[in-house]
Design a binder for this molecule. Structure first.
Ligand SMILES: NC(=O)c1ccc[n+]([C@@H]2O[C@H](COP(=O)([O-])OP(=O)(O)OC[C@H]3O[C@@H](n4cnc5c(N)ncnc54)[C@H](O)[C@@H]3O)[C@@H](O)[C@H]2O)c1
Length: 443
């Protein structure tokens, strides 16, 4: 056996053993919605975990046991910090000591809707300065096919270390659905696509320690593409039902009745529901990563473009609906008192990123509406002059029009409708309300 092959097997076997024994030092880079739950889960499994984040306030908060993510229990976080299993830092020097690194940094879009992978590149640069034999690096951030092998791998190989021999590199997309009470990190199957078979094997071994089902795929590119298929599938289907909502409005039909009736078919149909537009950090953004990559290969991703057109036009449609229902009462948006209920992008979370409610509010303010909002989970919104208001009977009676933009389950819709003058319900949140239905106008 050659010297090189023996040293490779030693570093791989050592790492596999350290993982199995839970003596591996695990690092998670980026402690947000994705990274913090992951870090806590590794810590709960008995690993020594260091979370690395450039946000010093976030780091201090985590070390003090304060949790900023709804899906992570503050008690568990505190226990992990107090037991010494989890600590956070902003000092990249720790990368010299760790055995595994999971990268969970943001992947936003530029203003031009092109991918911004600068956070990945910056984190990779820090890792490359400290890369050493026997380390596993897993990228979890959503990105376009080719990022791991075209962007990260060359930077790492430039250190002189060899992938699959000295260090191991894989892509494993995060699939968490914040606020989902049934599926969470440990029971959602996890895909792993390594650069080499050895990379897949080591990464699979690591994630099997905390996740019930790990699904290896043939390459990092395949894993990157699977994630974008999943999110493009949602964006396109939501675009389809949003267009069906526009069609049903013209036909005088209730789109929710149509969808729910179609959903009684036990095969070949999966219900998606319309709304005021797309929100969150994933579905509105990720398909653009795929479309951009295809553009570099001289291919236009037409479904993605069309779905984006329809989904981004929905806040405008909602405002047209509000104008129409006010008009029927001889009122205009200008000067009307409008209460927005729910600004999170989806029910029962405090995540406001890309929320379509914000666009609805901006458009209403532009048209001279007197707008205020309530959300059980959010009290601050970055729109000048827009104020959070406590929900009360007098607030409901004050509003000329109430717009339900997020269907939080904590709202008592019977109570709301009973006190409202007029409601535009963009989510069919009031479906079980029996009294006062004449005041409700659906999308
Ligand atoms: N939020 C979701 O539901 C979700 C689901 C699946 C996938 N994703 C993907 O996961 C990735 C992370 O998303 P998120 O929602 O956790 O983002 P987030 O903004 O909540 O957290 C990212 C964290 O990374 C930190 N950070 C930024 N640059 C850094 C650097 N160079 N080094 C260390 N830390 C750095 C930030 O300070 C922040 O705390 C994105 O690619 C996203 O598309 C998100």
């Amino acid at each position: 056996m050659s010297e090189l092959k023996r040293s490779f097997e030693v570093s791989m076997q050592t790492l596999l053993q350290r993982i199995a024994e839970r003596s591996a030092h695990v690092c998670v880079v980026g402690l947000g919605y994705v990274g913090l739950p992951l870090a806590v889960e590794f810590a709960k499994a008995g690993f020594r975990v260091t979370g690395l984040d450039t946000d010093t306030e976030r780091v201090a908060g985590i070390n003090a046991g304060h949790c900023h993510i709804q899906d992570v229990s503050s008690l568990e976080l505190q226990q992990m910090v107090e037991s010494g299993h989890l600590q956070a830092t902003h000092d990249f020097a720790v990368l010299r000591d760790v055995d595994t690194i999971s990268i969970c940094v943001p992947t936003p879009l530029r203003k031009t809707k092109d991918p911004d992978i600068s956070y990945i590149i910056s984190a990779t640069g820090e890792i490359c300065q400290r890369l050493h034999p026997g380390q596993l690096i897993v990228l979890e951030s959503t990105t376009y096919p080719g990022t791991t092998d075209e962007v990260i791998l060359p930077q790492m190989q430039a250190t002189g270390l060899q992938v699959g021999k000295d260090f191991f590199l894989a892509f494993s997309p995060e699939r968490i659905d914040p606020g989902n009470a049934t599926f969470h990190l440990t029971n959602t199957p996890k895909l792993i696509g390594g650069i080499t078979a050895a990379c897949t094997e080591v990464a699979t071994h690591l994630y099997e320690q905390i996740i019930a089902t790990v699904v290896p795929v043939s390459s990092s590119r395949t894993a990157e593409m699977v994630k974008l298929l999943e999110n493009t599938f949602r964006a396109v289907n939501i675009g389809l039902v949003n267009e069906v909502a526009l069609m049903c409005a013209r036909l005088g039909l209730d789109v929710w009745e149509v969808i729910n009736a179609a959903a009684t078919k036990p095969f070949g149909f999966m219900p998606f529901y319309p709304g005021p537009g797309l929100g969150g950090h994933c579905i509105p953004l990720d398909p653009h990563y795929l479309a951009w990559k295809l553009k570099t290969l001289d291919y236009r991703a037409r479904f993605i473009e069309l779905a984006d057109d329809i989904n981004t036009s929905m806040p405008h449609y909602v405002v047209t609906r509000i104008a129409d229902v006010l008009n029927n009462l001889h009122k205009s948006i200008k000067g009307s008192k409008i209460l927005i209920l729910g600004v999170a992008y989806k029910p029962d979370t405090n995540d406001i990123r890309e929320s379509p409610a914000l666009e609805v509010i901006r458009l209403l303010c532009d048209k001279g509406g007197e707008v205020c909002f309530h959300d059980p989970y959010i009290t601050q919104v970055d729109i000048p002059g827009l104020e959070y208001t406590e929900l009360s009977a007098s607030l409901l009676q004050w509003a000329d029009c109430i717009v339900i933009t997020t269907h939080h389950s904590t709202y008592d819709y019977d109570w709301i409708v009973a006190r409202a003058k007029l409601i535009v319900d963009t989510r069919n949140a009031t479906r079980y309300v029996k009294e006062g239905r004449e005041k409700i106008h659906k999308l």
